[in-house]
Structure formats: C-alpha cells, structure tokens
Design a protein around this ligand. Structure first.
Ligand code: HEM
Ligand code: HEM
Length: 225
C-alpha cells in the first residue's frame, strides 16, 4: 500500500533551491556594473553548491546518488517512447529524461562559474568572456526545459513534483523511502551560505571603473584615464 515516504534528503533540497536562487540572481545581475559584486558572490555560491553536490552524488542518500539516476541510452529512449504514448513509467527518484537535464545543469553551472572566475581574475580574454556568456545562456535554455519537464511530469503522473522538492516526500512503498534526512548537514549548508553572503566584501562601482574604457571591461578595477 502506497504512503508518503521520504525521497529527497534535506541537503539535496537546500542545494536545489539555493542553486535556483543563485542562478536566477546571477543572471539578473549579469549586465550591470552596479551589481557586479552580487553577481560574482552568487556565481561563487553556485560553484560552491555544485562542488557540494558532486560529493553528495557519491556520499548522499539513495536517490541523491548519481548511481540511482545514471541511465543507459536505451532506458532514456524507452522512457521517451513511454512519454509519447502518454504512459510514462514512474520513478521515485529522477526519471531518465529528467536526469539528462540534471547532469546538463550541473555541467553547465560548473562551466559558467569557472569561466566567470577566469574572466573576473582577468586571465581569460575575450574568448573566455564569450564562453562565460554562452554557457550562461545555454544553462538558461536547459533550466527552461527542466521546468517544462517538471510541470509535464507532474501533470502526467498527477503528482506535485515541486512540492516533493520542498517536503522531500512522494507516494511509494514504505521500504522504498530513505531513513535519514541529514538535517544537520542542511543546517550547516544554509548557515554557511548565509554567512558567506553577509560577510561578502562589497567593493561597488568606483569613479575609476565607471569611465569609458572600464565600461568596456567592467570586471577590472584599475583606473585608466
Ligand atoms: C554561474 C552563474 C553565473 C551566471 C549565470 C553568469 C552570467 C553572466 C552573463 C550572462 C554575463 C554577460 C553579461 C553581459 O551581457 O555583459 C556575465 C558577465 C560576467 N560575469 Fe558572470 N555569471 C555567473 C557566474 C560568474 C562568476 C562565478 C563570476 C566571477 C567570479 C562572474 C563574473 C562575470 C564578469 C566579470 C562578467 C563581465 C564580463 C565582461 O567583461 O563582459 N560570473 N555573467
Ligand atoms: C532556476 C534554476 C534551476 C536550476 C539550476 C535547477 C536545477 C536542478 C537540479 C540540478 C536538480 C537535481 C536535484 C538533485 O538531485 O540534486 C533539479 C531537480 C528538480 N527541480 Fe530544479 N532547477 C531550477 C529551477 C527549478 C524551478 C523553478 C522548479 C519548480 C518549478 C524546479 C523544480 C525541480 C524539481 C521538482 C526537481 C526534482 C525533479 C524530479 O522529481 O526528478 N527547479 N533542479
């Protein structure tokens, strides 16, 4: 008999919502020099979160482990076919189509963030600047597909996946659930991110970096008149 069981541990849920906030915030603050500090701060947060997730993909609870949603191409194709027949197979963790988006989001987040750091430290040049921007837009496209997939799956399976990513719960057989939520680790994660945000040094735009040359290369703070 199905009942509500715990699928997503707390660190995975906190990771997810902080990742979404960091990505959205970094994207919205990307264009303007005025918000560059916030942009960089959120970009570093996103990198830290992904670093955590890479470890948690091996050390985390059952459905957080990469092994549990690493599907073979045949399984992904079979799932896609079941979607087309409007009879998608049900998964308690990530489904095969969703898992492709999850790995793509982690990879693109890592690429965008690392390219951003290189640009910020002035060791990359124009190519890295382009790469940073292109990776960010590619990630935006995958986020759109990801959200559309979540909505579609929720409708097809008549289960609210967004609520599950908040509460951690899904309907399933009792012995399929995870036993521990790892709440302590979630608290440490949240506290670390908040402490990082509160302690982040704000340099802000200076008269020097608002001049014409700097407007073309707004990540540098050197004065050149
Ligand atoms: C991973 C999340 C991030 C996203 C989604 C993102 C997105 C973007 C986008 C779209 C732009 C282009 C803005 C424009 O049109 O001019 C940009 C520029 C920039 N980003 Fe990021 N970024 C991220 C992370 C970072 C990080 C971690 C850093 C540095 C540590 C960084 C530093 C910069 C800098 C310095 C620029 C300006 C580049 C230039 O001179 O044109 N970003 N970012
Ligand atoms: C804005 C940027 C977003 C990014 C970068 C992102 C990224 C991710 C990642 C990496 C996962 C895998 C979680 C894990 O196993 O660690 C995931 C899962 C999930 N995301 Fe997002 N997400 C974003 C926005 C959203 C939004 C806005 C929603 C709600 C509509 C959402 C709903 C979900 C749900 C429900 C899952 C679990 C899917 C399943 O049941 O298999 N995400 N997301």
């Amino acid at each position: 008999m199905s009942q509500r069981i715990l699928i997503w541990d707390i660190p995975t849920r906190i990771f997810h919502w902080l990742l979404a906030v960091s990505f959205a915030g970094a994207f919205l603050t990307a264009e303007s020099e005025r918000y560059r500090d916030i942009h960089v701060m959120l970009g570093y947060t996103l990198l830290g979160l992904i670093a955590f997730r890479l470890v948690w993909g091996f050390a985390g609870s059952r459905y957080a482990r990469f092994r549990s949603f690493l599907f073979k191409p045949g399984e992904i194709a079979a799932y896609a076919a079941s979607l087309l027949k409007a009879k998608p197979a049900h998964y308690l963790g990530h489904n095969p189509a969703g898992s492709v988006a999850v790995f793509a989001l982690l990879a693109l987040g890592l690429l965008t963030g690392l390219a951003g750091v290189i640009v910020f430290r002035d060791i990359g040049g124009d190519v890295l600047e382009e790469l940073h921007e292109m990776a960010a837009y590619a990630m935006l496209a995958v986020v759109a597909l990801h959200v559309a997939g979540v909505v579609l799956s929720s409708v097809m399976h008549r289960e609210n996946l967004v609520r599950s990513m908040i509460t951690g719960l899904k309907l399933g057989l009792p012995n399929a659930g995870i036993r521990r939520a790892h709440a302590w680790l979630g608290v440490i994660m949240l506290a670390s991110v908040v402490a990082f945000w509160l302690g982040y040094p704000a340099t802000g735009p200076t008269p020097q970096n608002m001049n014409v040359t700097q407007a073309e290369h707004p990540h540098t703070t050197k004065a050149c008149s």
